[in-house]
Design a protein around this ligand. Structure first.
Ligand code: SF4
Ligand code: SF4
Length: 369
């Protein structure tokens, strides 16, 4: 089987050079000109970081990518979709404030931020998944699907449910609208927190299935009518509608890989993993635990599966850092993310991604100085 090329540069920088210059050289080596970006809208999917978390990617990395896309005539924008859980990125206004608080401004990145799934996370497109084995369609943020090409710029780190988060997770989970995220996370229906519900009835207006009624001035969801679309979750300004996080491990990884396929299929895409401050948990946390390995460098590829595989192999070969969560997980061998998150299985993410044709795990590492 033909191996996908993964371009890599380490963290070393001589005087007069910089990691951003090195990222630029990685992009040059990868021949972005072959993607045909001239006068094309290019969505750069990334995670702006939950405020409080300091492990997220600095905006400087995106500026280098933006400038390179512009040099080929492309029209880039930075994008992410709203979250299901309560936090600072649940709707577009809060999400843009969070992005700005973390330094993502046009002046720092060279382009605009567009929240992919609109004000309340309801602006999505139902996309058929080519080769999908678990799902037939994916609900992807409209602005991301409207783009002509997709880049993923990913902070590579651990994740409590999926083992690790890299290109596949950023593309798949991150590009799903609220309803899409619910479809990946939960095979069931949202639930009402009666303590938080004020009985304002906003959610009922959003429910096309007439599944929400009121009892003792509190919302009640009829599970027989509810189709799990997730529209009501985004409509509640009081965080009274939530999701039971019951889909973990392999099922979640497979769905996420299928969502990533829906995002990249049929158009040019390119994927960059920055393997620095490898925290054990996702950047969705409003804190970040200590890094578990030293900073390694930047991996980039046309193939999102290969770039994740190359990154995880490098992580597993690295020494671990004393004083990190690894100290609390003695034993467990070289498979670092399984050691940190024993209930997770990162391999299922990559194996399923390969099975549905998202990319190949087999890769050839090309070092860029
Ligand atoms: S929108 Fe929220 S607060 Fe209002 S009725 Fe629905 S669940 Fe209750
Ligand atoms: S998930 Fe969709 S169908 Fe179910 S109650 Fe909410 S809006 Fe209605």
């Amino acid at each position: 089987m033909k191996k996908s090329e993964v371009f890599f540069t380490n963290m070393r920088c001589e005087f007069g050079d910089s990691l951003l210059h090195k990222l630029g050289r990685v992009l040059d080596k990868a021949d972005l000109g072959s993607l045909g970006l001239d006068r094309k809208f290019v969505a750069i999917k990334l995670h702006f970081g939950e405020p409080g978390n300091l492990a997220f990617l600095r905006p400087n990395f995106s500026k280098t990518v933006v400038d390179k896309i512009k040099s080929f005539g492309g029209m880039p924008f930075l994008t992410d979709c709203g979250t299901l859980y309560v936090g600072r990125r649940t709707h577009a206004l809060a999400h843009m404030e969070a992005a700005q608080e973390n330094g993502y401004w046009p002046a720092t990145t060279g382009c605009q931020v567009i929240i992919g799934d609109g004000l309340k996370g309801t602006d999505d497109v139902e996309v058929p998944i080519e080769g999908g084995k678990v799902l037939k369609t994916a609900l992807i943020g409209r602005a991301i699907m409207d783009a002509d090409a997709v880049f993923s710029l990913n902070h590579f780190k651990g994740h409590e449910m999926t083992g690790f988060g890299g290109a596949i997770k950023n593309l798949g989970m991150g590009s799903g609208s609220r309803a899409g995220k619910m479809a990946m996370h939960n095979d069931g229906k949202p639930v009402i927190d009666r303590e938080l519900c004020l009985g304002c009835k906003t959610c009922a207006k959003y429910c096309a299935q007439s599944a929400i009624s009121f009892k003792e001035k509190k919302a009640v969801i009829d599970e027989n009518k509810c189709v799990g679309c997730g529209r009501c979750v985004g409509s509640c300004n009081y965080n009274a509608i939530g999701v039971e996080w019951d889909t973990v491990g392999d099922a979640l990884n497979r769905k996420m890989a299928e969502y990533a396929k829906a995002v990249v299929q049929g158009r040019p895409s390119f994927h960059i993993n920055v393997v620095n401050h490898v925290s054990p948990y996702c950047d969705c946390h409003n804190e970040n635990d200590a890094a578990v390995i030293p900073d390694l460098g930047i991996f980039a590829s046309l193939d999102p599966v290969a770039v994740d595989m190359a990154s995880i192999e490098a992580v597993n070969q690295a020494m671990t850092l004393a004083g990190s969560i690894v100290d609390d997980r003695p034993g467990g061998g070289r498979d670092l993310f399984t050691r940190i998150h024993p209930g997770s299985n990162w391999r299922s993410q990559l194996e399923h991604a390969e099975k549905i044709g998202l990319g190949r795990m087999a890769h050839k590492l090309v070092t860029v100085k």
